[in-house]
Design a protein around this ligand. Sequence first.
Ligand SMILES: O=C(O)CCC(=O)C(=O)O
Length: 262
Amino acid sequence: MGNTTNATEPALSAAQVAQFEKDGYLVFRNMLDTASCERMLKVAKRQLQEAQQPLEYEAELGYAGAPASLEAEGGRTVRRLRGAYDRDDCFRAWAEDPRVVGKVHQLFGEPVCLTLAHHNCVMTKHPQYGTATGWHRDIRYWSFTQPDLVCVWLALGDEVTSNGSLRFIPGSHRLTIAPDRLDELLFLRPEHPENQALFQQGTAVELHQGDVVFFHSLLFHAAGVNTSDKVKTSVAFAYHGCSNQPLPGTRSAASGDVRVSD
Ligand SMILES: O=C(O)CCC(=O)C(=O)O
């Protein structure tokens, strides 16, 4: 597995910045300590049990294999605990952690804002009804002047191929993709020959508790199903340079953002 970096420095080396620009992602091993991860897991588990809103259900996504409705068997399987920033101090502290913000600030070269639109969540991938995610770019979730956001994904436990770890296509944030290669939800069409060649370049990024991956909002990524017997839990926040504003009238603008660096 490439792109592995030890998170001992507060900010990024020139080599790390160059690697992010080339590949579109960077992995930091053991960035968050065990106690902080366990605290987040405990809070997430309790909020899941209590079905604390706002939640996103697998049935609402309509992905292949998802329960057909909220009333169907498995229909209340949670995909996201939305609004993580306002759910608990432990998530807020992570979103504002100077080690995270410092790195993103350096990547953007300017003060950083956290978007409260989409992401801003605890992602859960459940064993039975958790669905695979096709190849996509996260920019499909947002509308900003520039398509430049960075997602920061924290693993609260093991994320390996068998429980649906992320897969990335290195460098794909720099590709121009003809519209006919994408479906109406902006997923790469699996049957398209050029897409199939691209999928061959996909690489699994296995993570363990406390590992963090930063990735560009134009990077194509996918994830599998969870064939284990434990829920996979991750925390995802996304950031943009403060000069890169959401487009007026969009969900990105309505959700608001939080300035997290000076
Ligand atoms: O865990 C997954 O299925 C991938 C999630 C993802 O990439 C997304 O929701 O944008």
